[in-house]
Design a protein around this ligand. Structure first.
Ligand code: ADP
Ligand code: AMP
Length: 213
C-alpha cells in the first residue's frame, strides 16, 4: 500500500505516519527527517537544505525529488510506504506520478490531515523532537514521561529551529501557496481522503485505519 500524508506543517502527518508504518509494516519516509539527518551529519546536501529550511522555505525540487526517488527504489519499499512531507509541490507530485506510472504502479491513498491555521501555531510551538531518534512529542497534548527527555531513547528533546514562531508563519504561507494545491491534484485522481486532524491522536488514527482497511 502506497500512502501520502498531506496537511499543513504541524498538522500531525509525522505522528500519524509513524503509527501507520508500524501497523501496516511499511517504511515511514519523511523528506524532512532525511534533510535533518544530513544536516546533523554535516553533508553537502544538509548544508544546502538548511539554507532553505531555516527560512521556512521549501528545498528546491531538483534536490528533493532525487532523494525521494532513490529512497522509494530501495528494497524495503516493494510492498509500499507512507510518505510524510513529500510531495509538497505540484511538480514533485508529477515526478512521483510519472515514476510510479512507468512501473505500472500508483498511489493508493492521499490522506489529508485537516487542521486549521489557528491550531497550527500551538502545535508547532509545543512540538519537541528527540535529537537522537526523531520521536516527536507535544508539551501539552502528547508529553513525554519525563520533561525534556525522550521516552524511547532517553536523549534530549529540543524545539526545532524552524518551529520558532517567526519561521512558522512563513511555513504556513508556503504551505497555502505551494502545497495546498495538491489536495485538488489527488482529489482529481480519486485517492484523496480527508480526516479531521483536530481530534486527539488516537481518534485521528482510528479514522485513518477505517479508510485504509
Ligand atoms: P507534521 O508532521 O504534520 O509537521 P507532527 O506529527 O510533528 O506534524 O505534529 C505536530 C505537533 O503536534 C507535535 O508536537 C505532535 O506531538 C502534536 N500532535 C500531533 N497530532 C496531534 C493531535 N491529534 N492532537 C494534538 N497534538 C498533536
Ligand atoms: P518537515 O519535517 O516535513 O516539517 O520538513 C521540514 C522542512 O524540510 C520544510 O519546511 C522544508 O524546508 C524541507 N522539506 C521537507 N520536505 C520537503 C519537500 N518535499 N520539498 C521541499 N522541501 C521539503
Amino acid at each position: 500500500m502506497k500512502i501520502i500524508m498531506l496537511g499543513a506543517p504541524g498538522a500531525g502527518k509525522g505522528t500519524q505516519a509513524k503509527m501507520i508504518a508500524e501497523k501496516f509494516a511499511i517504511p515511514h519516509i519523511s523528506t524532512g527527517d532525511i534533510f535533518r539527518a544530513n544536516i546533523k551529519n554535516g553533508t553537502e546536501l544538509g548544508m544546502e537544505a538548511k539554507k532553505y529550511m531555516d527560512q521556512g522555505l521549501l528545498v528546491p525540487d531538483e534536490l528533493t525529488v532525487k532523494i525521494l526517488l532513490d529512497r522509494v527504489a530501495q528494497k524495503d519499499c516493494t510492498d509500499g510506504y507512507v510518505l510524510d512531507g513529500f510531495p509538497r509541490t505540484i511538480p514533485q507530485a508529477q515526478v512521483l506520478d510519472k515514476a510510479l506510472t512507468e512501473l505500472g504502479d500508483h498511489i493508493d491513498y492521499a490522506i489529508n490531515v485537516d487542521v486549521p491555521d489557528e491550531n497550527i501555531i500551538n502545535r508547532m510551538s509545543g512540538r519537541r523532537a528527540c535529537v537522537t531518534c526523531g520521536a516527536t512529542y507535544h508539551i501539552e497534548h502528547i508529553p513525554p514521561q519525563k520533561e525534556g527527555i525522550c521516552d524511547k531513547c532517553n536523549a534530549e528533546l529540543i524545539l526545532r529551529d524552524d518551529d520558532k514562531p517567526e519561521t512558522v508563519k512563513n511555513r504556513l504561507d508556503v504551505y497555502h501557496k505551494q502545497t495546498q494545491p495538491l489536495i485538488e491534484f489527488y482529489s482529481e485522481k480519486e485517492v484523496l481522503r480527508t480526516v479531521d486532524g483536530t481530534q486527539d491522536m488516537q481518534n485521528v488514527f482510528a479514522a485513518i485505519v477505517e479508510i485504509l482497511k
